[in-house]
Every structure is written in C-alpha cells, then in structure tokens.
Design a protein around this ligand. Structure first.
Ligand code: ADP
Ligand code: MG
Length: 403
C-alpha cells in the first residue's frame, strides 16, 4: 500500500499531541447496552497504541442510520461505557457531534485519554460530506487516523472529508492498524496470491457480487459457487430450479461467467431442498438435475460439501464470501459449516484464508472457527468493493508515502 499508516508516525512526536481517530464502532445496541462488541475490540490496537504514546484521542464513529438528526436510541453513550471497560485509558463521552462542549472536553482531557464524540450521523453534514463539518473536526487535532475500514467505501465528512481537511491544514491523514491489516490481506489477494488460489462465493444475490466474481475469475485457479446465487447459475445451465430464489435478470450474466470460467468455475452437484424456508420444514437432498415443482434450494448437498472441502484442502490461498445456504436455520447450516471448517483446516496447514462479508463473518463465528482463520474482515461491504476493484474514498484520501 502506498498510503501512510500509523506505523509511519514518529513515536516521539506523538506525546502531547491530539489525534483525531475515525473508528467503526457501529455495534448492535440492545436495551441501551452494547451487544456484540467485536468492532470495539477490533479498534483497540490503534487506540491503545496512541494513548500509550501519550497522545490525546478524539474518537469519531457513526452508529446505525439516524438520518442526519439525533435519535436517542442510536447514541454512542453505551459504546463509551463499553470502551471504558475494555481500555485502561480514561474515556469521556461528549453528547455533541461538534461545537463548544466538544472543544472544551478535548482541552480538558489529559494526555493518554480518549474523548468520544456523539454519533457522526446525528449531523446531516456527515453523509453529505460537508466541508465545514469536516473542518471543525480537523481543527481539533494535528493528525488524522482513519481506522474505519467498514466505512471506507463511503465518502463522508468523518472519512474522506476529514482526511482532506486535515491535509489542507498541513497535517497527515494515515491508516490505523486495523485499516492497514484489512488492506494488507485483501489487497494481497489481488496482488500475487500464492497458488493454487481458490475463492468460494455464496450468499443471497448474484447481482450484488457480479463485480467480485468478475475480478476474481481471471485470477483464481478455482471459483466455487454456493448459496442462493448458485440457483441463477443452474438456470443458465438450463436446469429446473423449482420454486427456488432465482434472479431472472442475471441469468444471462451467469451464463457468460460460466463460459468465461470454464473448468475453473465449480457449481454444486447436489442440493438440500425444502417446500418452505422454515426450521421445521421436511427436507431432502437431491441431485441438481432432480429439483422440481415446489422444491426450494436451501443448502448445498453432501456430495458438494465433500467436493468443496477437498478442493479447499488443496489450496494455498482461500477467499470466502457468502454462506452456502440459509445458515441462520440450523437444518440448513451444514454446507456453510463444512466450508468454514474446510477453510480453517487449510489455514491450520499453512494456507492463507481470508473471509469477507458480514454474514460470512458471523457464519465463521457460529461455526467456531474464526480464530483459526488468517483474517476475518470487519468491513462487510467495503471488503467486497475493494475486491471488485471499486474506489475506496476513505483510503484514497489518506496521505501518500513520500517515495
Ligand atoms: P455476506 O454478508 O457474507 O456477503 P450475503 O449477504 O450475500 O453474505 O448472503 C447471506 C444471506 O444469503 C444469508 O442471510 C443466507 O440465509 C442467504 N442465503 C444463502 N443461501 C440461500 C438459499 N439457498 N436460499 C435463500 N437464502 C440463502
Ligand atoms: Mg450480508
């Protein structure tokens, strides 16, 4: 990566400085308390690093979609409380996005302390990438650290806008430790991955992932397809998909991808079908040629699972995005769990395994294999946009290396 990261900052420079950090603290809030705190934990390395070096941190994040006005249920206050429990640095919460109270809190905070401002999206200027709002944050510090990989695909005031405003003041805008790690692994997949390189793409809709499949197809040795999107490929092969979810508009594209991929493109050979997508529906496994009538495809079949697992086992680099079936329902989770386990096992034997996508990350958690994987991306949409070769304004706006 030719962008500056936090590791390029002179350590001795940091003491006594005020650093504005954009993190992705967009966590679920349940009854006024933080639910899954993964994203807060993932932001800790950068925060700890800065605080330990004696910097003062002004922390920014969005939470949910308040639509440009204060929504009490989407306040970051519970996040501040959780963050305070997780770090030794003192954490102060300011119930304001910008303004005199924020400025005063920053000047009162001791070195090594954190000031978390209110949800950036309480201000309509955030999603509008308002220059004035970005400048008001830039004026609070002398360095901007963007660690919010999950928000990198959007040009908002607290991401791209703030980076520009900070640089316009003659200061640097750098990637945080989490952001740098995400970029290292995800960009690594596109730049000389160790072969064989295998990708598994599943999930609900092919239309949202055509970009990802098109970028990967010429680069991989194998591309395994599962999930509901496989149905659209089946249709392109002229197969009956019964009452399964199919994207009629994408059947032609699926046919082109099959042609383009040739031997490298691997589709399921059998599937689990049920008359209803519900936990107690009777289900059976059939060959893909035998799907008919009321059948809804809900998972990959056993033969496909074994076939996929064997191919994954032979790869040196694996990228996985998208569940193989309706994994949220226990009877239809077996295909997804089998893939998660195969990727983890490949990692145990030295392969590099990267998982992207929000649902895939939670599937890896549910399968209990997350710790064995090389990297589980925290940025759902952003990871897919990076792989699809789309620009990431949150990254593009950072300072370049001098060379
Ligand atoms: P990710 O967030 O990892 O990118 P997606 O959002 O693309 O993944 O897809 C996840 C969703 O796809 C899950 O909610 C899952 O239930 C659904 N899904 C996967 N296979 C099927 C299927 N055969 N029929 C219906 N839904 C499916
Ligand atoms: Mg999803």
């Amino acid at each position: 990566m030719n962008k500056k990261t936090i590791s390029d900052v002179e350590l001795s420079w940091l003491a006594g400085r005020t650093v504005v950090v954009r993190a992705d603290l967009n966590v679920p809030i349940e009854n006024g308390r933080v639910g899954d705190d993964q994203r807060i934990r993932a932001s800790l390395p950068s925060l700890t690093f800065l605080c330990d070096e004696g910097a003062k941190v002004v922390l920014l994040s969005h939470l949910g979609r308040p639509g440009g006005e204060p929504v009490p249920e989407l306040s970051l206050r519970p996040v501040a409380e959780r963050l305070d429990e997780l770090t030794t640095a003192p954490v102060r919460f300011v119930p304001e996005v910008r303004g005199p109270e924020a400025v005063a809190a920053v000047s009162e905070t001791p070195e090594g302390g954190i000031v978390l401002l209110e949800n950036t999206r309480f201000d309509a200027g955030e999603t509008a990438n308002d220059e004035d709002l970005a400048r008001s944050w830039a004026e609070l510090g002398e360095l901007f650290v963007n660690d919010a990989f999950g928000a990198a695909h959007r040009a908002h005031a607290s991401t791209a806008g703030l980076a520009r405003a900070m640089r316009a003041r003659g200061h640097d805008a750098v990637a945080g430790l989490l952001m740098a790690r995400e970029l290292r692994y995800l960009e690594g997949l596109l730049r000389g991955p160790e072969r064989p390189f295998l990708a598994i793409i599943g999930g609900a809709k092919i239309s949202t992932k055509i970009g990802v499949i098109s970028t990967l197809l010429p680069r991989v040795d194998r591309l395994l397809i599962g999930g509901a999107m496989a149905n659209t490929f089946f249709r392109a092969l002229g197969l009956d998909t019964g009452a399964s979810l199919v994207e009629e508009d994408a059947v032609d594209v699926a046919g082109e991808l099959i042609e383009q991929g040739g031997e490298r493109m691997v589709l399921p050979v059998d599937c689990v079908v049920a008359p209803e997508v519900s936990v107690d529906a009777p289900h059976r496994t059939v060959d893909r040629e035998a799907v008919v009538g009321e059948d809804k495809i809900v998972d990959i079949g056993l033969r496909t699972r074994d076939r996929f697992a064997e191919m994954i086992g032979g790869a040196s680099t694996v990228f996985w995005n998208g569940p193989m079936g309706v994994f949220e329902m226990e009877p239809f989770a077996a295909g997804t769990i089998a893939v998660a386990e195969a990727v983890a096992e490949a990692c145990d034997h030295g392969a590099l395994g990267v998982v992207g996508g929000g649902d895939s990350a939670s599937a890896a958690q549910r399968a209990g294999v997350a710790e064995r994987l090389t990297h589980v991306s925290t940025g759902g949409g952003a990871a897919l946009e990076l792989i699809a070769g789309k620009p990431l304004p949150g990254v593009d706006s950072l300072s370049d290396h001098a060379s």
